[in-house]
Design a protein around this ligand. Structure first.
Ligand SMILES: [Zn+2]
Length: 289
């Protein structure tokens, strides 16, 4: 919304100087339209789960250039990026550097990881108060979801109106407790509960949690029982189901991986509106973009 206003203001001020046509071209081009094209704006595709640094054994890092190159080749408009396998402070630095290069393409989340020597919660608050960071990533593989660790983070997220993307490694009990204890905080449950899970009952439990709690959204990256994505949309609505790749991933290659993840949702038996929501509109609305 801010972006459109600033472009309009630019167009208005530029009109006097006779460059309004250029501004209109810039605006339309950014939205994927030719300046003369009267067709409705193309819905944006947003990858809501991209790692600047992964949680794999090597803590693999990807540059902003690599990520945007994949996006261009696959047709992804924006990506939400974050780092893990590092400190909160370093995750902020990595994301800031990436977003400074592609401010219109990348949206940063801060990584919440406790530290014995530093009050991490203050680092998270400082990052959020600047307005650049739009969410928080939490990963149960690198810190406990026990109340004494995770509750202060969920509280900050609620106060700053940003979501927490949480990989809870299948811990449905912890997810449920967090959702109930912080009804004012949006929780995006990564992978509908567990990465690459083939446990239908577990996935059903997490879809059920989202059906029960309005503040829970489901991230469908790393979901291998693809029909569960459509089922989630039917049970909780497409405005609370968000697509992501959990990439970049090198196999078979980064572009094919991302394209395959995109096609996973595109080929589902869902309405155009539902697919648009899952593929970008829902997360953009959640983040107020
Ligand atoms: Zn991930």
């Amino acid at each position: 919304m801010t972006r459109c206003l600033s472009r309009r203001q630019f167009a208005e001020s530029a009109a006097a100087a006779g460059v309004a046509a250029i501004a209109a071209t810039v605006c339309a081009g950014e939205q994927g339209l030719a300046a003369s094209d009267p067709a409705p704006r193309k819905k944006r595709i947003v990858d809501s789960h991209v790692h600047l640094k992964h949680g794999d054994a090597a803590g693999t890092e990807y540059t902003a250039e690599t990520i945007v190159d994949i996006m261009d080749k696959v047709g992804i408009d924006k990506s939400i990026v974050f780092a893990m396998s590092t400190t909160t402070r370093r995750s902020i630095e990595l994301a800031k550097t990436a977003v400074s290069k592609y401010p219109l393409r990348l949206i940063p989340y801060v990584y919440a990881l406790p530290h014995y020597e530093r009050p991490v919660i203050k680092e998270i608050e400082a990052a959020l108060s600047e307005g650049l960071f739009r969410g928080i990533k939490i990963h149960a593989g690198q810190c406990t979801l026990a109340e004494y660790v995770v509750d202060p983070v969920l509280d900050v997220a609620g106060r700053y109106h940003v979501p927490c993307l949480i990989d809870c490694l299948g811990n449905h009990g912890a997810a449920r407790r967090m959702a109930k204890a912080f009804p004012g905080t949006k929780l995006i449950i990564a992978h509908i509960g567990r990465y690459l899970s083939t446990d239908r009952r577990l996935l059903d439990q997490f879809i059920g949690l989202a059906a029960e709690c309005d503040n829970v959204l489901l991230d469908v990256s790393g979901v291998v029982i693809v029909e569960k994505i459509a089922e989630a949309v039917r049970r909780i609505g497409s405005t609370r189901v968000v697509w992501g790749t959990d990439g970049p991933h090198p196999k078979p290659d980064t572009v094919t991986f991302a394209r395959t993840e995109l096609q996973k949702v595109q080929q589902l038996d869902l309405s155009r509106e539902d697919k648009d929501n899952v593929l970008g509109e829902a997360i953009l609305r959640l983040l107020g973009l």
